[in-house]
Design a binder for this molecule. Structure first.
Ligand code: ADP
Length: 416
């Protein structure tokens, strides 16, 4: 009897322990499930909030440029504006159009990314060309907003022929630059690019409003925009950084951010690349030119980089101009003495004798010589120096062919 009693007691104890373990496990499971559920709920609510905010922003981001387009077209049509007003209105319409296209492009891009329709398109290109193209897009904004913009290309322009997805790289730079311009209260921005081994590094630095530590973790989420009221003031759809991140991931690179509130932000992108098999680099793309009849004019291009000289020559090929080339400042002085050019384009950074020194020497002998500075560095101090010295003009690379022709028209007239 005693034995049976012990057995039953033992079984009861085992049952009790099992039940306690079961209850504890159940409680732990319920706790985990509840936490997961709450997290998922919070995430879903956050996504919902972001989506609603996105739709509200979208309406704002579309209506603002539409307002410019419709309003100023109406003024053009019904208000009989003067020539100057017409051109101002057209500028606003064009700018609004570009703004609108960029919003639309971003939406298309994000939807392509989400549906897995964003393919990797490999092509061969000059890194400097796409950087120059992106910067050109912002040139007008940079100039009119008086932004202190530095561009640092730490590679030789003849060594930048690479293979990757140029549209994606271009859009990454574009979005980072767009944000830097938007959020840079101090208006100081630096774009640095380098190529080493099999990677390119792109760094976009600004001295703007900065991003808090907590936000740095979620800033790359789609639709996310800082709650910061300053940030809200600048508009946007909250898509730019998520596109950057998705593209960088597709290119198997990485994007990092370091930022301090009120001090500024630095975005660093590192992307692996390869090099084209063919050895002949692509010809740089040249826009169509207006025709001119400047057959009696001759100009000198003092420029150590041959492809930059070729670009100027190609840009002017329908103008009838005679164009000579000096590879450094010393040659430029010599050639001016024997040819007396109607105009000189003078690169600032040249070997043997730089553009500033060559300018001083030429002006001493030919005080009326027309000399236009050309430089790849958009440093404001260089610009200021050139203006102070008396250069007739300062053109920042990338040189846009139509802009070049426009500058030449100021000196040689419009022969059309
Ligand atoms: P958008 O600029 O259209 O709002 P983004 O995805 O490009 O969308 O950026 C998301 C948010 O990240 C911005 O709304 C802003 O709050 C913050 N942000 C991005 N870049 C910067 C920057 N350079 N400085 C400060 N805040 C930034």
């Amino acid at each position: 009897m005693q034995t049976w009693g012990n057995i039953i007691f033992f079984i009861l104890i085992v049952c009790l322990i099992t039940t306690i373990i079961f209850i504890l496990t159940l409680r732990a499971t319920v706790k985990i499930k509840t936490r997961d559920f709450l997290l998922a709920k919070e995430k879903a609510e956050m996504a919902d909030r972001l989506k609603t905010a996105f739709l509200e922003n979208l309406s704002h981001e579309i209506r603002t440029p539409m307002n410019g387009i419709i309003g100023f077209s109406d003024l053009l049509k019904y208000d009989n504006p003067s020539k100057e007003e017409q051109s101002m209105y057209i500028d606003i319409i064009q700018k609004s159009g570009r703004q609108l296209i960029s919003v639309i492009d971003n939406i298309i891009t994000i939807s392509q990314i989400e549906t897995g329709h964003s393919d990797f398109t490999m092509s061969n290109f000059h890194l400097s060309t796409i950087i120059n193209n992106v910067v050109t897009e912002y040139q007008e904004t940079i100039t009119s907003a008086n932004i202190d913009f530095d561009i640092e290309l730490n590679f030789d322009e003849t060594d930048d022929f690479i293979s990757s997805d140029q549209n994606k790289i271009s859009q990454i730079i574009n979005n980072l630059l767009n944000n830097a311009i938007k959020f840079s209260e101090d208006k100081k921005i630096r774009l640095k690019c380098s190529i080493s081994n099999d990677t390119i590094t792109i760094i976009v630095e600004d001295t703007g409003i900065g991003i808090s530590q907590t936000e740095q973790e979620i800033i790359f989420n789609r639709f996310y925009q800082s709650d910061n009221s300053l940030s809200k003031k600048y508009g946007g759809t909250g898509l730019g950084l998520s596109i950057c991140k998705a593209y960088v991931d597709m290119l198997e690179g990485n994007i990092t951010l370091s930022s301090t509130v009120s001090k500024g932000s630095t975005f660093t992108v590192v992307i692996p690349i390869s090099y084209p098999k063919e050895t002949t680099p692509l010809k740089k793309e040249i826009q169509p030119q207006k025709k001119h009849n400047w057959n009696d004019k001759k100009i000198l291009v003092a420029e150590d980089n041959k492809s930059n000289f070729i670009l100027i020559k190609e840009a002017c090929k329908q103008t009838g101009l005679t164009i000579d080339h000096a590879k450094n400042g010393k040659d430029a002085i010599k050639m001016q003495r024997s040819n007396m050019y109607d105009l000189i384009f003078m690169d600032i950074k040249m070997p043997i004798l730089n553009g500033f020194d060559a300018y001083v020497s030429i002006k001493k002998d030919f005080p009326h010589a027309k000399i236009i500075a050309i430089s790849a560095y958009a440093y404001n101090d260089k610009k200021r120096k050139a203006r102070k010295m008396g250069f007739d003009e300062y053109i920042t690379k990338p040189i846009r062919p139509l802009h070049l022709i426009k500058v030449l028209e100021e000196y040689f007239g419009n022969s059309n």
